[in-house]
Design a protein around this ligand. Structure first.
Ligand code: C5P
Length: 402
């Protein structure tokens, strides 16, 4: 999302300025163009030369230091930028921005900007929690200014508190999502997409279960690709992977839990993508307490009973929804996949061979064939799961636009 974006980075005077050097490098690494302006007090912490060398542009500090007679620098940077980032933002600068004060280059440029504004506050806990600061933050939020929540942790003052500058990785992720939310012309904008992921867990007793090798990586990658294309994504996941940012994530364990969630949300959705490896069976009489070892030499049997086929049920209920299934097979891949496409009333199916360690279940890469209900066959060679997800989502966009 940051690729080719013009970021005006406004640096105000707090000890976290030294961390913002790396934040700027993170923006540049993602393909953004960055121009920097600093307040006088920010220059007390890190030299403007550091920002100048790393951004390859001059750093603005003084509103009246107009080097180019053809432009007014603080207006020019505002016009040039796609987004304005204030990091670190002191209580003082937040107050000025909230009240429309422009008494230095940074605050004047922010007063002149029409770009979305993204603020990373970092300050002492007492300053952060001061009712004046909180009121200023609320004022700016009500004007759609986006704030990154500060961390709670060890502060420069030597004690724990809220106000700490967050990890740059989180700031970059939140900025990406912020820009995404401001981008209206994305191909899946206003589409609601439900994605399932992971291998379900079927309890034998409270401490034991049956599951499969699915990691959830493919389903999570599909959810993220759909989200980046502008969709409103709900992810029902049985995987232990972290919650993807910006995606409504519902955690489940068993096939029955997954069924309940999918069934409840399906009616409001435009698309269902079932990437989960749903267990076909569950334990018939799961024990409520831990099963004890049986001293007899008789074999112990676990009775299994069939789980609902979630996708097939949604296929029989579907009205205008677009349904995508996955078919993980060890043999007769194409034949089984095409059969499932029909039997489950799907629009598309993604067939992948499993049982090889470098692709499919648990691996980082996958090799698939996509079949559509009108007979198209698309071979996707071995590549990363996020690339497979992008190809799948692009095909979905093409089909939805038909
Ligand atoms: O029939 P099979 O399990 O191979 O079908 C795979 C597809 O059906 C996947 O998309 C999977 O998520 C879905 N499925 C389901 N409910 C089941 C079993 C599979 O939704 N009980």
């Amino acid at each position: 999302m940051l690729k080719d974006k013009n970021i005006a980075l406004y640096v105000t005077g707090g000890i976290a300025v030294y961390k913002v050097v790396d934040l700027m490098r993170g923006f540049i690494k993602q393909g953004a163009n960055v121009r920097v302006a600093m307040t006088e007090s920010a220059t007390q912490f890190v030299s403007p030369l550091t920002f100048q060398i790393l951004s390859t542009h001059e750093v603005h500090i003084d509103t009246f230091d107009e080097r180019n007679p053809e432009i007014v620098a603080h207006v020019n940077i505002s016009d040039w930028a796609d987004v304005s980032v204030v990091a670190p933002a002191t209580a003082n600068s937040i107050a000025k921005i909230a009240h429309g004060i422009g008494d230095n280059f940074v605050t004047s440029a922010l007063l002149a900007t029409r770009t979305p504004i993204f603020i990373v506050p970092a300050m002492n806990t007492d300053m952060y929690e001061n009712p004046a600061t909180q009121a200023n933050i609320e004022t700016l939020k009500s004007r759609n200014v986006q704030f990154v929540e500060p961390d709670i942790g060890f502060l420069a003052e030597g004690y724990e508190g809220k106000g700490r500058y967050p990890e740059n990785e989180r700031i970059i992720e939140e900025l990406n999502n912020f820009i995404l939310s401001k981008t209206v012309d994305l191909p899946l904008r206003n589409r609601k997409i439900l994605v399932s992921a992971g291998g379900t867990i079927e309890r034998i007793d409270p401490v034991r279960y049956i599951t499969n090798d699915s990691s959830g990586k493919m389903g999570h990658a599909v959810a993220e690709a759909a989200y980046k294309s502008g969709a409103d994504v709900t992810l029902v996941t049985a995987s232990k992977l972290p919650t993807p940012s910006g995606i409504n994530t519902i955690r489940v364990d068993s096939a029955n839990d997954m069924y309940d969630e999918i069934n409840q949300h399906f009616i409001d959705m435009d698309v269902l993508i079932m990437a989960a490896a749903v267990s076909d069976y569950r334990v018939a009489n799961a024990a409520d307490s831990k099963m004890k070892k049986d001293d007899s030499s008789e074999p112990v049997t676990i009775e299994l009973t069939e789980n609902p086929d979630i996708l097939k049920t949604m296929g029989s209920k579907k009205k205008d929804q677009f349904l995508i299934g996955f078919a993980a097979e060890t043999d007769n891949l194409e034949e089984y996949a095409k059969k499932k496409l029909k039997e489950k009333n799907l629009n598309m199916i993604v067939a992948n061979e499993v049982g090889q360690s470098d692709r499919g279940f648990n691996a980082d890469e996958n090799q698939v064939i996509i079949f559509t209900d009108d007979g198209e066959r698309i071979e996707v060679p071995l590549t990363t799961k996020s690339e497979v997800a992008n190809i799948l989502v692009n095909k979905l966009i093409e089909e939805l636009n038909k």
